[in-house]
Write a protein that binds this ligand. Structure first.
Ligand code: 2PG
Ligand code: MG
Length: 495
């Protein structure tokens, strides 16, 4: 019975010859056979399959959304694009609360009885009922057009508050993956093609090894203490250096503060019960030394200074210990950073002042002490990057895709940063899935640096492990952004 049903359903309604003619099956197969022969494919059957697949129409056949869970156990949006060449899935990451003022809007259901208000059913509905009807049938390599349809025609709010940046970015990323396969390119090469870059650069990883800030349980006010193995000769070697320092740090913390102190935070860094930011820096310097990498592994800080801002516009570096006792003016903060840069091998400071403090940030940048990265300051928004570049506010962009909401706009922000001769750090979020997209983005854009958490927890390693694969794939052509090159990696524009 079942067999009969299947046969009846599968049988073409037209005669066999007409069916083959209608779909030009003979021509497609003939052509794929000659392409297979011309290419002298090693395994002819596999070659034939590949060439036949390449001949399938370049269209999005289906788009659907589903709920998955991120590394914090919160619901997250996954978009799945289906073409004749496969199924392509992607998931937007999520930041910690409170979001930066200029970030695109993350849509949550806000139904308190479900997932503490963090459900994403409305986002899934938008994918299935609003976005899918508009983009099914389109060529997935029309990234810009598809992104414009989502942001301008379907959302139209400017900060994506109708459909949600998590909704739109998940689709945008899945479309990008489908587009890469449509063009028979690995994702990093495809992203390079989109911006006209053919110099694929493996980034220096910035591992967040000690966590402080608003959400960590210790007294550290600085949000992230990171290590950068700038003295490695390859990404593979940088991973070795980073993990070795990480494990020396773990041992040091355990001896000094006990077993409880080596539990890790959301991004895989340790949260030891330290009182002072310089205690964390001393520990890291010690770990680098114990690993034998003094001079080769440097330090970077994410101050996330918006969380330190007081009502009178000063900064409270001790806001987690006692509020208002030791506030600093902008100049005093700059003096403190100068002292840090003198005492420790610091090469980069992110968000040294709050998200609207262009004045103090540019005064600090002008000293030329280190790379100054804009995260909340820029929110990866092309308009803010352009304004900050013009006023010489900082000299590096933290590129976080979900702050802006589409791949096209993320590429535009990166382009503007390159034009200003800034450095780019490809940035994850504290709430991540196992999606490795960020790794391909970093290589395709020749970012020079990637910040994807500690070398611990699989949602962080998903990105770093993908970079190991890309380095292997590039072989001799692989360029690692070491030495002074981790900053200002230019595009090599194709002519
Ligand atoms: C940051 C990011 C990632 P979040 O501040 O740079 O580390 O944190 O995703 O929580 O905003
Ligand atoms: Mg930050």
């Amino acid at each position: 019975m079942v067999g009969q049903d299947v046969r009846a359903r599968d049988l073409p309604r037209v005669p066999l010859d007409a069916y083959l003619d209608m779909h030009r099956v003979n021509q497609v197969v003939q052509r794929a056979m000659s392409e297979t022969a011309l290419a002298r494919e090693e395994i002819p059957e596999a070659g034939l399959y590949k060439h036949i697949l390449q001949a399938t129409p370049p269209v999005i056949k289906q788009l659907r959304g589903r709920v998955i869970y991120d590394c914090r156990g919160n619901p997250a949006v996954e978009a799945e694009v289906v073409t004749a060449k496969g199924k392509f899935r992607a998931s937007a990451p999520s930041g910690a609360m409170p979001p930066g003022r200029y970030e695109a809007f993350e849509l949550r259901d806000k139904v308190p009885s479900q997932f503490h208000g963090k459900g994403v059913q409305r986002a899934i509905k938008h994918i299935n009922e609003v976005i899918a009807p508009a983009i099914v049938g389109m060529n997935p390599s029309y990234q810009q057009e598809i992104d414009d349809i989502m942001t301008q025609m379907l959302d139209g709010t400017g900060n994506l508050s109708k459909l949600g940046a998590n909704t739109i970015l998940s689709v945008s990323m899945a479309v990008c993956k489908a587009g890469a396969v449509e063009c028979a390119l690995p994702l990093y090469r495809y992203i390079g093609e989109m911006v006209g870059n053919s110099q694929f650069v493996l980034p220096v990883p910035a591992f967040n090894v000690i966590n402080g800030g608003l959400l960590a349980s210790n007294h550290l006010s600085v949000k992230e203490f990171l290590i950068l193995p700038v003295g490695a000769n390859s990404f593979t070697e940088a991973m070795r250096m980073g993990t070795e320092v990480y494990h020396h740090l773990k041992a040091l913390i355990k001896v000094k503060y006990g077993q409880d102190a080596i539990n890790v935070g959301d991004e895989g860094g340790f949260t030891p019960p330290l009182n002072d930011n310089s205690d964390a820096l001393d520990l890291i310097v010690d770990a680098i030394d114990k690993a034998g990498y003094t001079g080769k592994v440097r330090i970077s800080l994410d101050i996330a200074a918006t969380s330190m801002l007081t009502e009178d516009g000063t900064y409270d570096m001790d806001f987690k210990k006692y509020s208002g006792m030791a506030t600093r003016t902008g100049d005093e903060m700059i003096a403190l950073y100068e002292e840090y840069c003198e005492r420790y091998p610091i090469v980069s400071i992110e968000d040294p002042f709050h998200q609207d403090d262009f004045e103090n940030t540019s005064n600090f940048t002008a000293l030329g002490l280190c790379q100054v990265v804009g995260d909340e300051l820029l929110a990866s928004r092309p308009q803010r990057v352009a304004a900050a570049a013009q006023a010489k506010v900082c000299n590096a962009l933290l590129l976080k895709m979900n702050q802006v909401g589409t791949i096209s706009e993320a590429l535009q922000a990166a382009y503007l940063a390159k034009e200003a001769r800034w450095d780019i750090v490809a940035g994850h979020r504290s709430g991540e899935s196992e999606d490795p997209f960020l790794a391909d983005l970093a290589v395709g854009l020749a970012c020079g640096q990637i910040k994807a958490g500690a070398p611990c927890r699989s949602e962080r390693l998903a990105k770093y492990n993908q970079l190991l694969r890309i380095e292997e794939d590039l072989g001799k052509a692989a360029v690692f952004a070491n030495g002074a090159n981790y900053r200002s990696m230019p595009y090599t524009k194709r002519t």
